[in-house]
Design a protein around this ligand. Structure first.
Ligand code: FE2
Length: 323
């Protein structure tokens, strides 16, 4: 089934196309954050200006035309309201014009499922780490099939914390991947470590690291990463042991971080647990992950009338039915 997925929850407008679970195209344009972060109305305007072109490029890459599309998925949430709206309206316009079924998709389910399926995992503990989210999840069939949240951040997502610190250090570009590069060769400085049961928090860590500027940049970046990723690895390890899981995956934008994957890989190996992730761009926000989940939903007979399709800024992952 040829399905197009549209993602626009934050800085990226993405369009992806899948056919029987195979990704045929994943095109996107990303708003350049600069040193001021994201102003939702500005990012939404960026999406409006890029939507048609990104969708056309995805069709071209997949070697299909508009009339070949058999179903549409879009990100319902969570995300920035004005940004979500652009993707939702683009998807609804297409659904009306092409007279095909449409489904709203949870952004977090998209991240987890594209990783789980691409990595060939069945029932993993999923560590979902991005700008807006940091959660540890596992599928549960009660009261309906969904990703149950076993642990999560009390405050901000780990990606948001890394991006914020990049801005405090005036790194360019001001996001987590620059913190990762800057951490090379750094030495550890004592940092707050905040884990409570299965949950964790990052604002204390951010405040402490910021208060130490202008210590050496590489030491600060290294220490911030070591502390944050240790917290994530500890709670993921506890989740594996408590649920007797045999698989672990990491997904979301921060899953691109080499040091995080190294820590998780070592921990998984110690427990004889299979560790999976996807390479590069599929970790970042993209339309292909939305298309992949949408296709499974549509194949299972689930769709929503076009005029009932909405967005929801705080659409929690554990409220989304998984097919
Ligand atoms: Fe995301």
């Amino acid at each position: 089934m040829l399905v197009i997925g549209i993602e626009s929850s934050a800085h990226t407008f993405g369009a992806g196309i899948v056919d029987d679970g195979k990704i045929l195209a994943s095109e996107k344009e990303m708003f350049k954050i600069g040193t001021t972060g994201m102003i939702p109305a500005e990012v939404a305007e960026f999406h409006v200006n890029n939507a048609a072109d990104v969708i056309s490029r995805a069709l071209e890459r997949a070697g299909i035309g508009y009339r070949d599309i058999e179903g549409i998925g879009y990100t319902r949430g969570p995300g920035l309201g004005p940004c979500l709206q652009v993707g939702c309206l683009s998807a609804k316009t297409l659904a009306k014009k092409l007279n095909v079924k449409i489904v709203p998709v949870n952004h977090g389910v998209g991240h987890i499922e594209v990783t789980r399926i691409s990595a060939g995992l069945k029932d993993p503990i999923a560590l979902y780490v991005s700008g807006g989210n940091s959660q540890i999840l596992k599928i549960s069939d009660k009261p309906f099939r969904h990703y149950r949240v076993l642990g999560e951040t009390f405050d901000i997502g780990v990606g948001n914390m890394l991006d914020s610190f990049a801005r405090e250090l005036k790194l360019t570009p001001s996001w987590g991947s620059t913190v990762e590069k800057s951490a090379l060769g750094g030495k550890y400085i004592e940092m707050p470590y905040s884990v409570k049961g299965m949950d964790f928090s990052f604002t204390g860590l951010l405040t402490k690291a910021t208060s130490l500027i202008p210590e050496k940049k590489e030491d600060l970046c290294f220490s911030l990463q070591e502390a944050a990723f240790s917290m994530l690895a500890e709670t993921a390890e506890r989740a594996i042991l408590l649920t007797n899981s045999q698989e672990l995956c990491v997904c979301g934008g921060v899953a691109q971080n080499t040091r995080l994957k190294e820590m998780l890989g070592l921990m998984a190996k110690e427990h004889g647990v299979r560790f999976g992730f996807v390479e590069g761009a599929l970790n970042a926000d993209n339309g292909a992950m939305i298309a992949m989940v949408a296709e499974r939903m549509l194949r299972n007979g689930f769709s929503v009338p076009v005029n009932e399709c909405r967005t929801e800024q705080r659409y929690r992952v554990d409220r989304a039915r998984v097919f």
